[in-house]
Design a protein around this ligand. Structure first.
Ligand SMILES: [Zn+2]
Length: 275
């Protein structure tokens, strides 16, 4: 008993120590590709037709690469974004910073500035970071239980066969069709009345707390088969939808003469505690 407990405890510690470093692997690209298809309007076309879309797809992995905001991507990070994400000790923030809700909100502002200045590569990069981060917040494999299992198959004596990455949706035309259908339905529900700035920012904070709503997806994910395909498609579609909403918010901000005011205090008081 002590041995089993010790093994599980060790596994848990390894899992939680790894949590900040590991994420969906190729699945981020699956989500980003689907997102690119759903970006509306002129900017959507510009990204799909130009270099911005390519930067977007490659940046869909960027927040996990452990580099700083300035390492080989300084051209995409403007002074305002860097200043707002730099902590009081002045240390250059790392890309992992984008996993936090306030940084996702700053990404929306930075996206709007990139649109205003017509910098489509910067827009692609910033959107890739947003897409990655929002996908991680709802990923079944990031819930503590699944995280524990995934990164400790052998220690826990579990099967290696379980699919644990959204990239499983790319493995057959049927699965791709499920993702496309679910993502299209999710984006069809985007209502322009929900796109006032504060609502988009509140949604960024809500994502941070979304975990408990996704436990049913954990169950389906473990069940395998069609249930798992549908669960992954729903998670991917959630990230697609959130990114499209952020993109539309950024586009509306880009038509203003300057950044709108973001009431962080209101947002964090509304959803930032469990009380
Ligand atoms: Zn990640």
């Amino acid at each position: 008993m002590r041995t089993i407990y010790g093994t599980i405890l060790t596994a848990a510690l390894v899992a939680f120590a790894s949590m900040s470093a590991l994420a969906w692997g190729h699945g981020h690209l699956t989500v980003a590709r689907e997102t690119l298809k759903h970006l509306p309007g002129e900017w959507g076309d510009r990204l799909r037709d130009g270099e911005g879309g390519k930067v977007f797809l490659s940046a869909s992995h960027a927040p996990d690469d452990q580099k700083t905001l300035l390492a080989d991507r300084a051209e995409y990070v403007d002074k305002t974004l860097l200043a707002r994400l730099t902590p009081p000790n002045g240390k250059t923030p790392v890309m992992y910073r984008f996993h936090a809700a306030d940084a996702r909100c700053e990404l929306i502002f930075a996206m709007s500035r990139a649109m205003r200045s017509g910098n489509e590569k910067a827009l692609g990069f910033l959107m890739g970071c947003f897409n990655h981060s929002v996908a991680d917040t709802v990923a079944a494999n990031h819930s503590p239980l699944i995280q524990l299992a995934i990164y400790n198959w052998k220690v826990l004596g579990l099967s290696d066969d379980m699919e644990d990455d959204c990239a499983m949706l790319d493995k057959s035309p049927e699965r791709k069709a499920v993702l496309s259908r679910v993502a299209t339905a999710a984006c069809a529900n985007i209502s322009s009345k929900n796109l006032v700035p504060q609502a988009v920012f509140d949604a960024a904070y809500a994502d941070q707390l979304a975990g408990p709503d996704f436990y049913c997806l954990d169950r389906d994910f473990c069940a395998g088969g069609d249930a798992a395909v549908n669960a992954f498609a729903q998670e991917a579609a959630y990230a697609v939808r959130r990114t499209v909403e952020a993109f539309l918010a950024a586009e509306s901000f880009s038509r203003l003469p300057e950044d709108p005011v973001f009431d962080k205090a209101l947002t964090s008081n509304a959803t930032g505690t469990w009380r």
